[in-house]
Structures are given as C-alpha cells and as structure tokens.
Ligand binder design. Structure first.
Ligand SMILES: *[C@@H]1O[C@H](CO)[C@@H](O)[C@H](O)[C@H]1NC(C)=O
Ligand SMILES: *[C@@H]1O[C@H](CO)[C@@H](O)[C@H](O)[C@H]1NC(C)=O
Ligand SMILES: *[C@@H]1O[C@H](CO)[C@@H](O)[C@H](O)[C@H]1NC(C)=O
Ligand SMILES: *[C@@H]1O[C@H](CO)[C@@H](O)[C@H](O)[C@H]1NC(C)=O
Length: 188
C-alpha cells in the first residue's frame, strides 16, 4: 500500500496540532466546575464549616462561599495551603499555596498569595460566612487548587501589613484552628 504525500502531510499536521492542544500549560476548556472543602477543627471539635468554589470557565474568576460555626467572635484568617496531606492534622498541609511567588496579602492587589482570602468575621453566636470572587483561584489547569488544603486560623490575618516577622508569610494569623482538603463537588 502506497501513502500519498498529501496523506502523510495531513498526518504530520494532525500530530503537530494535537501536541499543541495537549500542552499541559493550557487549561482545558470546561463549563462550570464546582469544588468543596469540608473543614473540621481536628483538635478543636466545636469548629466546623465548608468552603465551596464555583468557576464558570477556565479563565473566569472563582466564586467562593465559606460558612463556619463554633468560632470565637471576631476575625479569623482563611487561606489555601500548598498540600492536601492531613497525616499530622492541619500541620501537614504545608505553607500557603503560592504558585506566583508573591508575598502574603489580602483579597486584593498584586502582592498576595493565590489563596489569600483575608478574614472571615464570626458573630457573637460563633457563626461566620464569607462570599468572595477571586481571580487567582483555578479549578483546572496547572494552577488548579483541587487536592490542596485550606486552613481557618485562630487569629486575625494582618493582610501583610503588620510588624510581625510572620506578616509577609502568614499574616501572623496564629494557630491552625480547622482545615480540610479541596475536592471536586460534582461530576459536571
Ligand atoms: C451555614 O451552615 C449552617 C450549619 O451547617 C447551616 O445551618 C446554614 O444554613 C448555613 N448557612 C448558609 C448561608 O449556607
Ligand atoms: C516561583 O519560584 C519557584 C522556585 O524558585 C520557581 O520554580 C517558579 O518557576 C516560580 N514561579 C513563577 C511563576 O515565577
Ligand atoms: C455571593 O454574592 C454574589 C454576588 O453578590 C451573589 O450572587 C450570591 O448569591 C452570593 N452567594 C451566597 C451564597 O450568598
Ligand atoms: C513586608 O514586605 C514589604 C514589601 O516587601 C516590606 O515593605 C515590609 O517591611 C515587610 N514587612 C515586614 C514586617 O517585614
């Protein structure tokens, strides 16, 4: 059987195109993706909550909704951490997830980690909700947060503006009060 130049050329072009399309640095096209983390206060049993994530397309900002109960009244820092490893409780989730090598910050501006969510503010009854839209949180592609950790801290995040030596890495927000791992919430 003979191959024509045309069919070989077509095959080569198809191969070249498919290798471009499969580059891992390109986020795959997708419709709305949803993810959820269930946080537990592993050594603080009264504390519980969830954080849900909704992204309508690979380059869209992600809508984030958090809801906690059992908190001390006041501000608590909330951040995505690098790892999804709960082997040693919240401690083994590693440092803040920081794929773009920035210093710690709040929810706005250039200098902030990808999953810096600022503070969630608890009422006197210990409940707290937070509703944010963040453009540095991805649910697919090379910077996907799926499988990474999320930590609610005991204290207030100073958003990188404090005098503590920890201000520029953690916001000096204190102990890891509750934590969980981010996973897909539905299959579509
Ligand atoms: C927050 O969580 C509590 C406890 O699970 C639940 O009763 C409440 O409806 C939730 N609030 C929102 C706004 O989702
Ligand atoms: C961040 O720093 C790491 C380690 O130095 C490096 O491998 C990575 O390419 C940097 N990322 C960006 C987006 O600059
Ligand atoms: C969060 O805020 C957006 C925009 O203001 C709103 O459409 C959405 O319903 C809110 N989500 C919740 C769970 O309150
Ligand atoms: C945090 O970083 C900023 C910008 O690099 C710097 O101006 C500030 O002094 C640092 N804060 C601390 C407490 O080291």
């Amino acid at each position: 059987m003979k191959f024509s130049i045309a069919s070989i050329t077509t095959a080569l072009i198809a191969t070249a195109l498919s290798s471009v399309a499969c580059k891992p640095t390109q986020a795959m096209q997708h419709g709305t993706l949803k993810a959820i983390a269930i946080l537990t206060g592993i050594t603080n049993p009264g504390v519980a909550g969830s954080v849900t994530f909704t992204q309508t397309g690979p380059h869209d900002a992600t809508q984030i909704f958090a809801n906690f109960t059992g908190l001390a009244e006041g501000k608590h820092g909330l951040h995505i951490h690098e790892l999804g490893n709960l082997l040693n409780g919240c401690t083994s989730l590693g440092p803040h997830y920081n794929p773009f090598n920035h210093t710690h910050g709040g929810t706005e501006g250039e200098e902030r980690h990808a999953g810096d969510f600022g503070n969630i503010v608890a009422n006197a009854d210990g409940t707290a909700t937070l509703n944010l839209t963040i453009s540095t949180v991805y649910l697919s592609g090379p910077y996907s947060v799926i499988g990474r950790g999320i930590v609610l801290h005991a204290g207030e995040d100073d958003l990188g503006l404090g005098n503590s030596p920890l201000s520029n890495t953690t916001g000096n927000s204190g102990d890891r009060l509750a934590c969980g791992v981010i996973g897909y919430a539905s299959s579509d």
